[in-house]
Design a protein. Structure first.
Ligand code: XMP
Length: 494
């Protein structure tokens, strides 16, 4: 019944995730016994197979902290100066595990309109200097701020003075008990000696942390801090950048290129391996077995797969080069697996079914841009468009991003004419990744259960041995597989 992957992917077609469908197999275990723990690269383990893309509208400090807290990882983008990128890494690493809230400070004389982004924080903290380095005077909560119309008024008029706080030496259980006893939504933890805020802990966070054993433990590096990845290019200047990033504590480096099979990348892989033998290096992007083979020979510890499959990508249209993502992931994984090199399926993920497909077809993790953009943790402020709350999400090959430096990714930084390979867009407000990623992971577990695969390794074995079968979906089958025939419906899935 159906086709083994080896036959389906050898007929000369370039299949995307939506083109293919798995046939169900046999279930002999409950959903919760599915294990999604995996490898990002040869030497880095993750509890969940999720990676945030190195894009300037996806990954800075808040995203890095949240993804690591979930047991995944985020790769900090390099569309900035080396020192800015290093300070993002440092900021993510300054968090006390397992707490994740951003600390945003204002002074009493700042105007309400100067507050435009709460990040992952439930409140703005008010101190005399407007920085962490002075005593906590008050706080403005996100819910209070959202209904304030008088944006030109000073912060001091609206702040709740002397908010309830707890001592910073409280451990997790003490903070949890304190929040519960006082029925608080959040509490700042304050250093009793100098009155400085060290953390803000929310009741939702306490609940999430209690779920760790079930959902997966946070990703922690050998330094005892949240694990953080960084992206760099393949130029001489990137060697200097990497030095800053390694000093800041980066745990893994991704060589960020849309076509990774180049002499520049191969030389950079060799340089990184020689200069920082302890640091895993991820190469890419690749979509063919030949490209993968070359980077594996050069010594990569992980491969990033995808060309033109991203939601904001126009590479396939502009350059006529790329591959359907399902075929690319399957083909590259079949080479990478033999060498023990984990594959990251990068781009084209717009629902949990796509995550299942990427992973079962051979990837060890999925890298996501649009899926995580528009969240509280993505950089940038929310705006309103047609009554909808949105955040900007743009391709790193868009003209707008390239004028900030990302043209090196497309090897176009020395060219006089800039050719866009991506677009600038926006995505709807999704809330916090800390909330929606665990739901997506639960859905992925259900997909694995339907396939009779209790782990990624087991899924890969079932696929390679031909036990798992697939078929191509016709256009009508794709319509049938989505919601159809209704006048309207509510699109909420959790
Ligand atoms: P998703 O589908 O998750 O894709 O939004 C994110 C991935 O897309 C790649 N990327 C680009 N590809 N032009 C491209 O052809 C671009 O401007 C661009 N920006 C990002 C990248 O691999 C990312 O992880």
């Amino acid at each position: 019944d159906g086709f083994p992957a080896s036959r389906l992917f050898n007929q000369g077609y370039s299949y995307t995730y939506d083109d293919v469908i798995f046939l169900p197999h046999y279930i002999d275990f409950p959903t919760d016994s599915v294990q999604l723990s995996t490898k990002l690269s040869r030497n880095l383990n993750l509890s969940i197979p999720c990676v945030a893309s190195p894009m300037d509208t996806v990954t800075e400090s808040s995203m890095a902290v949240a993804m690591a807290a979930l047991g995944g990882i985020a790769i900090v983008h390099s569309n900035n100066s080396a020192s800015d990128q290093a300070s993002i890494v440092r900021s993510a690493k300054s968090h006390r595990i397992p707490f994740v809230s951003d600390l945003i400070f204002k002074s009493p004389s700042d105007s309400i309109s100067s507050i435009d982004d709460f990040g992952s924080s439930p409140c703005i903290l008010i101190t005399e200097s407007g920085t962490r380095k002075s005593k906590l005077l008050g706080a403005i909560t996100k819910s209070d701020w959202q209904v304030l119309n008088d944006k030109e008024t000073r912060v001091s008029v609206y702040m709740a003075k002397s908010p309830v706080s707890a001592p910073s030496d409280y451990d997790f259980e003490q903070v949890a008990a304190y929040l519960a006893a006082k029925n608080l939504e959040f509490v700042p933890l304050v250093n009793e000696e100098d009155g400085e805020v060290v953390d803000v802990v929310t009741a939702a966070e306490v609940e999430r942390i209690r779920e760790f054993p079930k959902m997966g433990m946070p990703s922690v590096g050998p330094d005892g801090k949240f694990m953080v990845g960084v992206a760099i290019g393949t130029r001489e200047l990137d060697k200097e950048r990497l030095e800053h990033l390694v000093k800041a504590g980066a745990n893994v480096v991704v060589l960020d290129s849309s076509q990774g099979n180049s002499i520049y990348q191969i030389e950079m892989i060799k340089y990184v391996k020689k200069t920082y033998p302890e640091l895993d290096v991820i190469g890419g992007n690749v979509v063919t077995m030949y490209q993968a083979h070359n980077l594996i020979q050069a010594g990569v510890d992980g491969l990033r797969v995808g060309m033109g499959s991203g939601s904001i990508c126009t590479t396939q249209e502009v350059c006529a080069v790329g591959r359907g993502q399902a075929t690319a992931v399957y083909k590259v994984s079949s080479v990478a697996e033999r060498s023990g090199v984990p594959v990251i399926a990068d781009g084209g993920i717009s629902n949990s079914g796509h995550i299942v497909k990427g992973l079962v077809l051979g990837a060890s993790t999925v890298m996501m841009g649009s899926f995580l953009a528009g969240s509280n943790e993505a950089p940038g402020a929310y705006e309103y468009q047609g009554g909808c709350r949105i955040k900007k999400y743009r391709g790193m090959g868009s003209l707008e991003a390239m004028t900030k430096g990302s043209d090196a990714r497309y090897l176009g930084d020395t060219a006089k004419l800039k050719i866009a390979q991506g677009v600038v867009g926006a995505v709807a407000d999704k809330g916090s990744v800390l909330k929606f990623v665990p739901y997506a992971m639960q859905a992925v577990k259900q997909g694995f259960q339907d396939l009779g695969a209790s782990s990624l390794q087991s899924a890969h074995e079932l696929l390679r041995s031909g036990v798992l079968r697939l078929e191509v979906r016709t256009g009508a089958a794709q319509v049938e597989g989505g919601v159809h025939g209704l006048v309207s419906y509510e699109k909420k899935s959790f």
